[in-house]
Design a protein around this ligand. Structure first.
Ligand code: LLP
Length: 432
C-alpha cells in the first residue's frame, strides 16, 4: 500500500496536495510519505515474525536523514556500503550496532571507522578484504564481526545492471570456495565469524530465485553454524515493486499489477522462505531498500514547454536525468501522472528534461492527458534510487525533499543553492 492518491481532481501525498507543495517549495521536488515507509517496514516485519529477524534498510536506496530517522524509530537496522552512509545513519540517530557493512571495496579508513562504531557485521567479499579487516582490527585491538558474502550463482532474472548473484558479477565469494575461506578466516585472530550473507539482485518480481538461493545456502549455513557457531544468515535485499501503471488506471494498490500478474508481496515472500529459514535456528537479516522506499516517494516537476516536432509531442519539464536517472540508465519505467487529473483525451507524449542529451527522456510515446505550460506532473515510485543517484550535471542544483505525515509537512532537504555546486572549486593561481 502507498499513500499517494487523488482526492477529487488533485493528487495528494497522504492528506497534503502535491500541487500546494510544488508551489510552496518549488520544483523539481521529491515528496516522501511517512505512512508508506512505515507501512512497508511493518508489513515485512510482520510477515517475517515467525523467525528471529532484523530488517536492515538499504541506505543506498534513500539516504535522506529524515527518512532514515523514521525507519530508525521503527527499530530498523541499516545496510551500509560506505563510511559516508554510516556517518549518515549516526547523524540520523540510527544504531551502528544494527548496521551491516557491505561492498567490494572497503577502504582501511572505512573499516577502522566502522570498527570504532561497533557495527554488527562486515559483509566480506574477498580473501584480501578478510586480511585487511583482520589487520585493521589488530591495530585497533578489536575483534571484527564478519560474514562472508556467498555468491550462490542463481539467476535473479532482473535487469543486467542490477543482477548480482551469478559468477558473471564482481560480488561475493564463489559458493564452492566459501567453506575453505571460512577455515582461513577462523585462523585470523582478530576476526569473529558471526554470520553468512547473500544477495542475488535487485527488483526481483518472483520469489523463485530467492527460494533457489536460500535452498542452496541453507545447508552451508547449517555447517558453518556447527563449525563456527555463527549466529546469523542475511538473505539480502531485492524484493521488487510494481512500477507499471496503477494509479492512472484507478487502482490504489501498487501491489497489484494491472496486467493481473502475480507479484511479489512480503507475505508471499515470507510464506515461501520462512519454512526454509526457521529450521536453521539462525537470526535472519534482510536488507530491503526499494521495497521500503520505492513507492514511498514521487518526484514532482513542472511543465516548462510543450513542443511539437513532426509527429512527436514533447513535454519539457524542469526535472531531468540528473534528478532521476533510472529511465536513462536502466530504461526503467516510472509512471507519470498529472497532479491535477484532467478529462482531456490521452495523446502519445515524450516527457523530457532540459539536459542536452537525448537520453534525458522519462518516457516515449506514452499516452498521457494533454499537458500545458505550468502544469505539474508526478513521476511515481521515485523514493528508491532517485535522489541518491542524483547529480549536478549541467550545473543543476539538487532538488528539495519533503516528508509528509498526515497533514504535516517537513522540508527534509533544502534545495541546493546554485553557488553551492562550485563552492569547493577554485581557479588555479597561475591563471588569476
Ligand atoms: N543488499 C545488497 C548487498 C545490495 O547490493 C543491494 C542493492 C541491496 C541490499 C538492496 O536492494 P533492494 O532491496 O533495494 O533491491 N540503482 C539500481 C538498484 C541497485 C541495487 C544495488 N544493490 C536501480 O535503480 O534499480
Amino acid at each position: 500500500m502507498h499513500h499517494f492518491h487523488y482526492a477529487g481532481t488533485g493528487l495528494q501525498c497522504e492528506q497534503v496536495s502535491l500541487e500546494t507543495l510544488a508551489r510552496r517549495f518549488g520544483t523539481p521536488l521529491f515528496v516522501y510519505s511517512e505512512r508508506t515507509l512505515t507501512g512497508h517496514y511493518q508489513r515485512l516485519n510482520k510477515a517475517m515474525a515467525p523467525v528471529d529477524h532484523q530488517v536492515c534498510f538499504a541506505v543506498k536506496s534513500n539516504s535522506n536523514l529524515g527518512v532514515l530517522r523514521v525507519l530508525a524509530n521503527q527499530g530498523s537496522g541499516f545496510d551500509i556500503v560506505s563510511g559516508g552512509e554510516l556517518q549518515r545513519v549516526i547523524a540520523a540517530g540510527g544504531d551502528p550496532g544494527k548496521c551491516v557493512f557491505a561492498g567490494v571495496g572497503k577502504s582501511e579508513e572505512e573499516i577502522a571507522f566502522a570498527l570504532r562504531h561497533k557495527v554488527y557485521s562486515f559483509n566480506v567479499e574477498s580473501d584480501a578484504e578478510l586480511q585487511r579487516i583482520n589487520r585493521v582490527a589488530q591495530r585497533l585491538r578489536r575483534r571484527a564481526p564478519i560474514a562472508l558474502r556467498v555468491n550462490p550463482d542463481v539467476d535473479a532474472k532482473t535487469h543486467a545492471k542490477i543482477t548480482t548473484g551469478t559468477y558473471e558479477n564482481k560480488f561475493g565469494i564463489a559458493f564452492e570456495q566459501v567453506e575453505s575461506l571460512y577455515a582461513r578466516a577462523a585462523r585470523l585472530p582478530n576476526l569473529w565469524l558471526r554470520g553468512v550473507q547473500m544477495h542475488i539482485g535487485s527488483q526481483l518480481t518472483s520469489v523463485k530465485p530467492f527460494v533457489e538461493a536460500v535452498r542452496k545456502v541453507a545447508p552451508l549455513s547449517r555447517s558453518l553454524q556447527q563449525q563456527y557457531n555463527i549466529e546469523f544468515l542475511s538473505i539480502g535485499g531485492g524484493i521488487g515493486i510494481v512500477y507499471d501503471p496503477a494509479l492512472a488506471s484507478g487502482r490504489a494498490d501498487w501491489w497489484t499489477s494491472p496486467a493481473g500478474r502475480k507479484i511479489l508481496t512480503p507475505e508471499r515472500y515470507a510464506q515461501q522462505l520462512v519454512p526454509l529459514l526457521k529450521p536453521l535456528n539462525l537470526r535472519i537479516l534482510m536488507e530491503p531498500g526499494r521495497f521500503i522506499s520505492g513507492n514511498a516517494g514521487v518526484l514532482v516537476a513542472r511543465v516548462e514547454y510543450v513542443k511539437k516536432t513532426g509527429r512527436k509531442n514533447f513535454v519539457i519539464v524542469d526535472a531531468a536525468m540528473n534528478d532521476l536517472i533510472r529511465p536513462a540508465f536502466y530504461e526503467a519505467y516510472h509512471e507519470i501522472v498529472p497532479t491535477t487529473r484532467s478529462r482531456t483525451a490521452a495523446i502519445p507524449t515524450d516527457v523530457v528534461g532540459p539536459i542536452c542529451e537525448s537520453g534525458d527522456t522519462f518516457c516515449k510515446d506514452r499516452r498521457l492527458p494533454r499537458l500545458k505550460e505550468g502544469d505539474y506532473i508526478a513521476l511515481l515510485s521515485a523514493g528508491a534510487y532517485g535522489s541518491v543517484m542524483g547529480s549536478t550535471y549541467n550545473s543543476r542544483p539538487l532538488p528539495a525533499e519533503v516528508l509528509v505525515r498526515g497533514n504535516r509537512v517537513a522540508l527534509v532537504r533544502r534545495r541546493q543553492r546554485t553557488t553551492d555546486i562550485w563552492a569547493d572549486e577554485s581557479v588555479a593561481p597561475w591563471s588569476r
